[in-house]
Design a protein around this ligand. Structure first.
Ligand SMILES: [Zn+2]
Length: 442
């Protein structure tokens, strides 16, 4: 049984009393007396073996304390805390850096870089490390800072593709090889539609499911149809490559849809690159450069050309998929706005929850659940809309009966009751006040 400090204190007290007065030993059993003398002597003058045991026990004890202290410090590093998460989610670099309390290059300023007990070696450079990095538990401070910076490093890749591929006209080459499947459901919906006009309309409408950076618009210019590319984001040095890739791909796909080539003149919003001559055969007609926008012009009657790939059933299902993808793109915060816009079919009709859901391309149950996420419901939103419209209409010439009908109430008294509930005032009083003071809408 291990001795505790009290046992030792007792022992010391007994020995000290014996030193003060050896007479205490009188009457003690001779054998016991002999054991006492031997033990006392060996405690003060241990043999070598006993000495070793003591120092080893001391060393173990120290190491244990050190390990405990170090572990507690290591648990504070960000990487250890992240490993405890059941699922590792890759956050975007900026949000992650802020969450970790550091900046891209400088670690967390609050971090006290605690000293590590004993010798620990950096996993990368194998140098001894004495202080703990705020993010990594196994790296020295300089390796840690370097690697941390690499976690969110960005680099400009403009023009690099040319270095790798050796083809400056990479946009045209990529465009020629782009399969229609690359455009996802939009590609399939366009493929299955009846005419070139339908296919173009589908592509324009659902372009946001492919990219929000670029948008096409189609208009007629006399006998000509013009497809124009609007750039919502500056494409910078990638512009030439992107525009070439997109226009070449669209042209290849159009050929596939029509089962023949389509003559079109193309304008590009940049100077003619030297490599273009070599790839000119990819162009559908006359190419001009240094234009203000990227435009494709072709005979307007071609819009009614039937597609050889038309397939009404496939078109329906691909279109439904496109609609779903488009809805999914809308940020959830605007759902309430979209419901508000959808509730009124026209000046008189109010859509039911099922009809609103159908308009937004989701199941009624889904609509209900998603509105609940915003702490609201169809009936609350309808009520709010009715109130706004009522105030609006009361400023117009419409009679109370008319207003009640337009807001979907069975009669004027039902409307009056509802209006009083919203505003604490009856509609006629509100109307009078509004007329005299332009009174506030409550
Ligand atoms: Zn290192």
């Amino acid at each position: 049984m291990p001795l505790n400090p009290e046992d030792i204190a007792d022992c010391v007290r007994v020995l000290e009393e014996l030193v003060a007065d050896r007479g205490e030993l009188v009457g003690v059993d001779a054998e016991l007396c002999r054991r006492l003398m031997i033990a006392a002597g060996r405690v003060s003058q241990p043999e070598r073996q006993e000495q070793r045991m003591l120092s080893s026990a001391l060393r173990k004890q120290k190491a244990h304390v050190r390990r405990k202290t170090n572990e507690a410090q290591l648990e504070r590093t960000v990487i250890r805390r992240q490993r405890l998460q059941p699922v590792f989610i890759t956050p975007d670099p900026v949000a992650r850096i802020q969450a970790e309390g550091g900046s891209e290059s400088a670690p967390n300023p609050e971090w006290d870089a605690p000293a590590l007990e004993g010798v620990r070696v950096c996993y990368i450079c194998k140098a001894e490390r004495t202080r703990l990095h705020f993010f990594y538990d196994q790296l020295c401070e300089s390796c840690g800072d370097y690697n941390y910076q690499k976690r969110s490093q960005t680099a400009d890749l403009n023009g690099r593709v040319v270095l790798i591929s050796g083809e400056p006209g990479i946009g045209i080459v990529v465009g020629m090889q782009t399969p229609i499947a690359r455009f996802g459901s939009v590609g399939f919906a366009a493929l299955a539609s009846a005419t070139l006009r339908d296919a173009t309309a589908i592509m324009i409408r659902f372009m946001p499911t492919i990219t929000t950076g670029l948008v096409y618009r189609l208009y007629l210019d006399g006998e000509q149809a013009v497809l124009e590319l609007i750039e919502h984001v500056p494409l910078g040095a990638a512009r030439e490559t992107v525009v070439f890739a997109l226009s070449t791909a669209l042209w290849r796909i159009t050929e596939m849809l029509l089962g023949r080539s389509l003559v079109a003149d193309v304008e590009f919003p940049f100077p003619e690159p030297a490599y273009f001559e070599r790839l000119r055969t990819a162009a559908p007609g006359l190419c001009t450069f240094d234009s203000d926008l990227h435009r494709v012009r072709f005979a307007a009657r071609e819009l009614d050309a039937p597609l050889v790939t038309a397939d009404p059933a496939a078109a329906r299902s691909a279109l439904a998929q496109c609609e779903r993808e488009l809805v999914a793109l809308v940020p959830p915060t605007s759902l309430v706005d979209r419901v508000n816009e959808s509730i009124w079919l026209n000046s008189t009709g109010i859509l039911s929850p099922a009809q609103v859901a159908r308009r937004l391309g989701m199941a009624e149950r889904t609509l209900k659940r998603r509105l609940a996420e915003f702490d609201t419901s169809y009936s609350q939103l309808l009520e709010e809309q009715r109130k706004l419209r009522a105030c609006e209409l009361l400023r117009s010439e419409a009679s109370i009966e008319e207003i009640a009908e337009r807001l979907g109430y069975s009669d004027a008294s039902n409307f009056t009751r509802a209006f009083r509930r919203w505003t604490g005032e009856n509609p006629r009083a509100f109307r009078r006040r509004a007329a005299t003071s332009g009174g506030p809408i409550r």
